[in-house]
Design a protein around this ligand. Sequence first.
Ligand code: SAH
Ligand code: SF4
Ligand code: F3S
Length: 496
Amino acid sequence: MSLNKEVMNRQEIEKKLEKIDITLPPPEAEPDRQYYFIKKLRVWVEEKKKELGRPLTANITTFGCQMNARDSEKILGIMQMIGYEESDSDEADFILYNTCTVRENANLKVYGRLGQLKKAKSKNPNMVIALCGCMMQEESVVDKIKKSYRNVDIIFGTHNIFKLAELLSIKLLDRPESKKMIIDIWEGTTEIVEDLPNERKYTFKGGVNIMFGCNNFCSYCIVPYVRGRERSREPEDIIAEIECMVQDGVIEVMLLGQNVNSYGKNLKNPITFAQLLERIEQIDGLERIRFMTSHPKDLSDELIAVMGKSKKICKQMHLPLQSGSSRLLKIMNRHYTKEDYLLLVEKIRKAVPDIALTTDIIVGFPGETEEDFEETLDVVSKVQYDSAFTFIYSKRTGTPAAQMENQVPEDVVKDRFDRLLKLVQDISTEKTKKGIGSVEEVLVEEMNQQDDSLVTGRTSQNYVVHFPGDASLIGKIVPVRLEESKGFYYMGKMEA
Ligand code: SAH
Ligand code: SF4
Ligand code: F3S
């Protein structure tokens, strides 16, 4: 078994750093090469701190999905190992935006922020600005930044996050005076570099990558182009990472992948996602398992059976629909029909009757007719989702859908979007009301942000519940009676 980098604790990392010597390991010797740079940067940070008479700070902002959130934990882990302290100041010494490009407005947000940074950088001349993530995998974006945002220092992509220490050392140690942007974007990779430090946001729950990339090429979606081909991690590495997390106090894991249902297909010894879940279920001390995202086309009967008998898999599934029209689903390259989807939902509900189902829906895909849209409304009414993320179609350059001519006029899309949103909200409000009176196991996550006499947690179905309690409950699973529904969340009371 290759004990990987994600399972080393701080002491082990310190030991590793001690052993790293003064010769630079070659690029194929990862992660040792990165530890070499971390070690060099640590010396620089200590000197800089003395010079400035204060700590050095890093502010990392994450856009997009859970993959990016997990990547940001790895980035923060590296920065802390180098000696930076986490900060939310706009004038921090290291500012990083981990970007998303799934829809146009994700990109616009980043440009807006970059504009604001110009002033902040003039106040803190030590500031290093770095950009990474999905947006950076697009050539047109990098060109625009090179032209219009000259204050950016480092740009890297989704495939080489592990190289952060190396890129930072070029900037800080090799050419501190140079204004030249350091740009390192890879088109793709088959490599998975693990054993680097990473800083988890919570001590009691955490995300675990089980695979990277996506092979599905849904015709509207840019993710396969910016995240590369599907690569699964070895099951032993995943299990070892979760065991290590559990030893550190984690009781809930979220398994992450763009399409977890096709996990394991490209491994030397292929295993299915259902088999992986069965192995994770065996881990002592782990209490809850979640996963996302499930593509309907690859959701097997085997997985449904495993969910039906599992004691740890939460009663929640995110099952993106995208559209209820079989005609559009075909053009979207989704590989299922409206009928297939409804049948799947029926099978899942039969195996796990009280499962909460959530979904993603796109409105205004090119050529969407009123009839197509009504099919979507029909599926929403039939499935009765607990909640749904609704998106207005956004044209992404490079995807097949961007070439399609029959784009739907904006006012028609807006009207459909509003109708869909209303239906989705009416259904979730009704569904939430039905939960009132029941007692649910709630994992307490934090103090309530508005009222410090309350704590906030999540049920197995992933509903948010606020109830009276104190900080000693954080990280524990407790029984809570749901007393009042407020749209998408509950107010409750802990059972004695
Ligand atoms: N891998 C996941 C989702 C990744 S992106 C899956 O397949 O479900 C998250 C959601 O963004 C998608 O489910 C889709 O609904 C939405 N999305 C992706 N591309 C989009 C686009 N071009 N316009 C609007 N929404 C989009
Ligand atoms: Fe995009 Fe489809 Fe892959 Fe999801 S499955 S990331 S929607 S291409
Ligand atoms: Fe966005 Fe990249 Fe995730 S495009 S949705 S951050 S995979």
